[in-house]
Design a protein around this ligand. Structure first.
Ligand SMILES: [Zn+2]
Length: 330
């Protein structure tokens, strides 16, 4: 499909970002806080509104937008023809999420958007990121590729034998929710001992008793023994998670992104040391690197889901994701 303009939408628990692009690059980007009050169409309507506003900033009419790629927090559940978003950080009607100001149990985004646009693709944000890595990152050389985000949560997207793996509800692989330890802390999903509950940025901050993982890494750099202990343990568990993922997928290349990887100078050596001691016959030739798209991944992921094939060469040649205009707050 040849589109004149495409839109990318990034939906997180706190921020909603929309981007408009054409064959030559990114034209405009805007964001708003994610609206969590109202009925289940609140976020779908906000997405539509932001695409219209972004089109205005791009100097085009929003009807010129032919395709919309949406990277969102998930999980999803398929209901009939369309999948709905059933994400604990958006839906207050799910067990354990009563702190959110709504009673939603799912968000019918795909059905709403499909009435408005010819081509709508919705994926988990890490699945969208691995598509971007395959098109524009170091991953373009590999048929077996995993993208992992290490942030306030932990997630992944994967190609196996050149195919994007998705599963019956498009939830594969929900990497943060693999089981690590029997007596581990409770995860946001309700389980105990999941990787995300043990090693996420949120878990690192919780274990130290501060608000953000960044503070723990700052203390690490000052030689604080408690910070060193917590970071080493998180890195060990994270690397064991990667080894489990590799045991399942027999991958070639693991790309790491997410805010915790801002401290990749500390973490990469720790991750590699643990990873390569795990079952060496499986782990020995796997490459583990920080994403070369690192600070641009959110801009390019959603667009990658619907980018026409004819644009890709020129986007690669010009690294168009690096030329994005400043983000406008609405
Ligand atoms: Zn979990």
């Amino acid at each position: 499909m040849i589109a004149e303009y495409i839109a990318g939408v990034d939906i997180g628990g706190t921020k909603l970002i929309t981007t408009i692009a054409d064959a030559t690059g990114i034209k405009a980007r805007v964001y708003q806080h994610t609206q969590l009050q109202g009925d289940t169409l609140t976020i779908p309507k906000q997405v539509y509104y932001l695409i219209q506003k972004t089109a205005e900033y791009a100097g085009i009419h929003h009807e010129e937008v032919k395709a919309v790629g949406i990277a969102t927090c998930s999980p999803f559940e398929k209901k009939g023809k369309y999948k709905e978003i059933v994400a604990p950080n958006l839906c207050g009607g799910l067990a354990g999420n009563e702190h959110l100001p709504n009673d939603w149990t799912s968000i019918p985004l795909e059905e709403f958007m499909s009435d408005l646009y010819q081509n709508v693709v919705i994926e988990n944000d890490c699945v969208a990121a691995v598509v971007a890595e395959k098109l524009f990152g170091a991953g373009k050389m590999y048929d077996n590729l995993v993208y992992v985000t290490w942030s306030t949560g932990i997630g992944a997207g994967a190609y196996v034998d050149g195919r994007l793996i998705r599963g019956k509800n498009d939830n594969a692989p929900h990497f943060g929710h693999i089981f690590i330890a029997e007596d581990g802390p409770q995860c946001g999903c309700g389980n105990y001992g999941d990787l995300e509950a043990i090693a996420s940025g949120t878990a690192i901050a919780r274990d130290y008793g501060v608000r953000s993982a960044k503070e723990v890494f700052d203390n690490y750099r000052r030689g604080d023994t408690k910070a060193i202990h917590i970071v080493h343990r998180a890195a060990r568990n994270f690397a064991r998670g990667l080894a489990s993922l590799n045991a399942l997928f027999d991958t070639e290349y693991i790309v790491l992104g997410g805010s915790v990887m801002n401290d990749s100078d500390i973490l990469l050596p720790l991750i590699r040391e643990e990873f390569y001691t795990s079952f060496p016959v499986l782990s020995k030739n796997v490459i583990i690197e920080k994403s070369s798209l690192f600070e641009y991944i959110a801009d390019i992921s959603a667009l990658s889901l619907v980018m026409p094939a004819s644009w890709i060469e020129s986007w690669r040649a010009g690294s168009q994701w690096k030329q994005a205009p400043a983000l406008i707050k609405l």
